[in-house]
Design a protein around this ligand. Structure first.
Ligand SMILES: Nc1ncnc2c1ncn2[C@@H]1O[C@H](COP(=O)(O)OP(=O)(O)OP(=O)(O)O)[C@@H](O)[C@H]1O
Length: 249
C-alpha cells in the first residue's frame, strides 16, 4: 500500500513539435491537495496534459502503483483520473444537468458522489435546466468541478480553478475544493497564493519545464526569499488580501 496516489517520474511532453515539459518528477500524496506552482508559461498545464496523455509524452506515470503512461487519455480517465481544465470546457449549448450527465462514467457514479455535488453546488441544482453557456464564469467553473466530482475518481487534476473569478466566487470555489479534498486527493495548478496557503499540503514548483522545488506548501510560503526567487512574489502575510497576491508573469 503506497501513500502516493500518483507518481510522475522523468516526464517529458511535447505538442506541435515543441517540447513543453523537459523533465518533471514529483509525487502526489494519497490525501489532501498538492499545488503545482510556477510563473506563467513554465509548463504547469502541459504537465497535467502530459499525465493525462493529451500531449505526447515519455517517462513514467504511476497511478496507485500501476503504470498509466502507456495508456490513451480515455483509459487514463477510466482508471480514475478526473480532469478540470483551465478553460472549463463546458458544453455551452447543453443544460447544466446534461453537462453533468455526459460526464458520468459507467460504474463510477455513486449516491455519495451525487450528494456531494448537490451539497457543494446548490446553485447548480437550482439551475439544472439552464444552458451552461449562459452561466457566469464562476457558475461554469462549478459545472466543471461538479463533472469531475460526480465520478468516484482516485485523483483529480484541477487547472487554475479560480482564474478570472471575483473574490466572493474564489471563496466559494476554494471552500468547494477544500470539502472535495476530504474525499479525493487533488493536484491543483493555482496562481492565487492565498488559495494555495489555505488548501495545499504540499507544493511542487515548476520552472522551465522542470521541477525546481518540492516540499510543504506552508514552508515555501513562509520563506519570503524562496517564494520571491521561485515565483517572483513576496511571501504573503496571513492578513494579505486574497486577490492581491498572484504569481508574477
Ligand atoms: N498546444 C500548444 N502549442 C504550442 N505551444 C504550446 C502549447 N501548449 C503549451 N505550449 C507552450 O508550452 C509552454 C508551457 O505552457 P503551459 O500552458 O504548460 O504553461 P503554464 O505554466 O501552465 O502557464 P500559465 O500559468 O500561463 O497557464 C509555453 O511556452 C506554451 O506557449
Amino acid at each position: 500500500m503506497t501513500d502516493k496516489i500518483l507518481v510522475v517520474d522523468h516526464l517529458a511532453a511535447s505538442v506541435a513539435g515543441q517540447q513543453v515539459v523537459e523533465d518533471v518528477s514529483f509525487s502526489v500524496p494519497a490525501t489532501g491537495i498538492t499545488a503545482v506552482l510556477g510563473r506563467n508559461g513554465v509548463g504547469k498545464t502541459s504537465t497535467l496534459k502530459g499525465v493525462l496523455g493529451l500531449y505526447q509524452r515519455t517517462g513514467e506515470v504511476t497511478l496507485a502503483g500501476e503504470r498509466i503512461d502507456d495508456l490513451p487519455t480515455h483509459k487514463v480517465v477510466q482508471r480514475g483520473v478526473g480532469y478540470v481544465p483551465e478553460d472549463r470546457e463546458v458544453f455551452s449549448k447543453l443544460t447544466v444537468a446534461e453537462n453533468l450527465r455526459l460526464a458520468e462514467r459507467k460504474g463510477a457514479v455513486t449516491a455519495e458522489r451525487r450528494q456531494l455535488v448537490e451539497r457543494l453546488f446548490p446553485d447548480l441544482v437550482e439551475r439544472r435546466d439552464q444552458m451552461a453557456g449562459t452561466l457566469s464564469g464562476g457558475q461554469q467553473q462549478m459545472v466543471a468541478l461538479a463533472r469531475a466530482l460526480v465520478n468516484d475518481n482516485r485523483v483529480l487534476l484541477v487547472d487554475e480553478p479560480t482564474k478570472g473569478l471575483a473574490p466572493l466566487i474564489v471563496e466559494q470555489v476554494t471552500e468547494a475544493l477544500r470539502e472535495a479534498s476530504a474525499t479525493v486527493p487533488i493536484l491543483l495548478v493555482e496562481q492565487n497564493l492565498e488559495v494555495v496557503r489555505r488548501l495545499a499540503g504540499e507544493a511542487v514548483v515548476v520552472a522551465g519545464g522542470r521541477v525546481v522545488h518540492t516540499g510543504p506548501a506552508a514552508d515555501l510560503l513562509a520563506d519570503e526569499a524562496l517564494t520571491q526567487r521561485l515565483l517572483g512574489v513576496h511571501a504573503e502575510t496571513p492578513d494579505s488580501r486574497p486577490d492581491s497576491r498572484q504569481v508574477a508573469p
